[in-house]
Design a protein around this ligand. Structure first.
Ligand code: PEP
Ligand code: MN
Length: 360
């Protein structure tokens, strides 16, 4: 990897943009030129091989698209990135001088494919980004990264593109922010960027999701852009023009991360938070002691631990109360679910003290 590329790879925030798919030479060149003229984009992306959920959709233009990208790079100076899923993709991308590779969400789920890509990259010094798997599995995401590390790749980054779920939700792929946060904890030095396009699936929430990722200290963004988004051959609903992208990037508030930024004012607020957390822990402890008493009562009277009507009552009461507080329904349901499960575990311990005969 040359110094110029290394510098771009290490730039924060790192901004990658370009069409979901390379469609025609004119589309790739025009998009690249418009992106370059914003001076806000560091790397040009384009899908060359598209893993589509159903056959019959546009499955990518193939190798000829790599020539268009190479021309776009010559004309704009923008380094390029494409998705690779097989050893053959890697070979062709390298042959055409692609600068950065990425592994797509449908590939990260498959250890055989990730290993194939990793083996094809043995001894090659190229940066590579790994999208999260389509299912919310942190270990699978880590496993893909480890396979690449094992063949000696030094410049690895992560892309958070959300997780698919059953049925219609607000997002095309639910962000489940706690998962990228966990990845950041495990790979604290590694670049993590956000892909609001595939999280949102439409244009409307792109800025909001991008801002949230910045506030969570992500290192950059990959956003799909197209000269004529409505007529894009793939992912038409979520693409934006380079001009709209430029406005959006200007509107984002780039926060500073400074863990040493510790004024008296902030320390005092944090002390108050710690104090409340201590109180909450002690209250939860008290609650579980009562659950133990309930367990003893149920044991004496041979009652089941789970009493669905009572559980519904607890939840409904909490949600009704929450309406007047600053707590969201989503949080309350998660919180009471966790408390209820812990309470069941406590009662289970009290009621089944002797354990199973199988363990004797
Ligand atoms: C893409 O970036 O166009 C793409 C196919 O994304 P994902 O792997 O996140 O579905
Ligand atoms: Mn896409």
């Amino acid at each position: 990897m040359n110094d110029t590329l290394l510098k771009i790879w290490n730039k924060r925030p790192l901004i990658i943009s370009g069409p979901c798919s390379a469609e025609t030479e004119a589309q790739v060149l025009q998009t690249a030129k418009e992106l370059a003229s914003t001076s806000k984009v560091d790397v040009l992306r384009a899908g060359i091989w598209k893993p589509r959920t159903k056959p019959g959709l546009f499955e990518g233009i193939g190798e000829v698209g790599l020539e268009w990208l190479s021309t776009a790079k010559k004309e704009t100076g923008l380094p390029t990135t494409v998705e690779v899923a097989t050893a053959q993709h890697v070979e062709q991308a390298l042959k055409h001088g692609v600068d950065i590779l990425w592994i797509g969400a449908r590939t990260t789920v498959n250890p055989f494919s990730v290993q194939e890509v990793a083996d094809a990259l043995k001894g090659v010094n190229i940066p590579i980004l790994v999208k999260n798997p389509i299912n919310p599995d942190v270990e699978l995401w880590c496993g893909a990264i480890e396979r690449l590390q094992k063949v000696g790749l030094q410049n690895i980054g992560m892309i958070h593109r959300g997780f698919s779920s059953y049925g219609n939700t607000e997002y095309r792929n639910a962000p489940m922010w706690h998962l990228p946060i966990e990845m950041k904890r495990r790979f604290s030095e590694m670049l993590l960027i956000c892909d609001p396009s595939h999280i949102c699936g439409n244009r409307h929430n792109l800025q909001e999701v991008a801002q949230k990722s910045i506030d969570l200290d992500f290192g950059g963004l990959i956003i799909e852009s197209h000269i004529d988004p409505d007529n894009a051959w793939s992912d038409a609903k979520q693409q934006i023009t380079p001009a709209v992208l430029s406005v959006m990037l200007t509107n984002l508030l780039w926060r500073i991360k400074n863990e040493n930024y510790n004024t008296t004012e902030l320390s005092l607020l944090r002390e108050r938070i710690d104090q409340v957390d201590d109180e909450l822990l002690s209250l939860l402890n008290r609650r579980m002691k009562i659950a133990d008493e309930v367990g003893n009562y149920k044991k004496d009277n041979n009652l089941t631990i789970l009493q669905t009507a009572r559980w519904n009552e607890i939840l409904e009461r909490a949600i009704a109360k929450g309406n007047n507080l600053t707590l969201s329904k989503e949080f309350l349901v998660k919180y009471f679910d966790a408390v209820h499960m812990e309470s069941i575990n406590h009662q289970n311990k009290v009621m089944n003290e002797k354990g199973s005969v199988l363990n004797k």
